[in-house]
Write a protein that binds this ligand. Structure first.
Ligand code: HEM
Length: 160
């Protein structure tokens, strides 16, 4: 539903070509970023609780369903929209130039690697093969937060 709305908005915007098109794109970029970050921050929390659940128990099966839905319905589409719109802005506004932009891109690549790590973990949990402890997932919970803080400072302050 939300995905179709964003797609319809984008098609309408490119057909209409308003003067402030980039502001509309930036607004949708931020909406996608918020959705992606919500997933990246919530997923390791689910892993922490899942680690303590007995494999095969009703609780464990519920966590599996929650993790798969979070990944497929929210995180994957939100990540793709963030990338597509972010790259459009980087090309349209800055021609891919700027130290802050290159640093931001590097940190977003790291964020994407964390996303890939989480999506592999969803498959591992699905097969009841997780060997990592709750402490590991607690530490992994901090990584997207730290990257998000640095990314937002880079794009808003543009310190270099
Ligand atoms: C996927 C790759 C990404 C690219 C290529 C990208 C690129 C850009 C560009 C070029 C802008 C416009 C900056 C301006 O108006 O001066 C922008 C805006 C913004 N981006 Fe990204 N971005 C990406 C991902 C992210 C992520 C992961 C976050 C947050 C965790 C983020 C947060 C923001 C915010 C908050 C703004 C609005 C800044 C402002 O208007 O001052 N972006 N992005």
């Amino acid at each position: 539903m939300a995905l179709s709305l964003i797609a319809a908005l984008l098609i309408g915007l490119f057909a209409w070509q308003p003067e402030d098109l980039y502001l509309w794109i930036k607004a949708l970029h931020i909406v996608a970023v918020i959705s992606w970050m919500a997933g990246l921050l919530y997923m390791p929390r689910l892993f922490i609780y899942h680690t303590d659940a007995e494999p095969g128990s009703a609780q464990s099966e519920t966590f599996k369903m929650m993790e798969q839905r979070l990944l497929k319905v929210i995180m994957n589409p939100a990540m793709m929209i963030t990338w597509v719109l972010g790259l459009y802005l980087a090309w349209d506004l800055y021609g891919f130039r700027g130290g802050w932009l290159h640093a931001k891109l590097l940190l977003v690549v790291l964020l994407t690697l964390i996303h890939v790590h989480f999506s592999r973990a969803v498959e591992v949990f699905k097969r009841d093969e997780n060997r990592r402890g709750a402490r590991y997932w607690r530490v992994m919970n901090e990584a997207p937060t730290l990257l998000m803080i640095l990314i937002v400072i880079l794009v808003v302050v543009k310190p270099f």
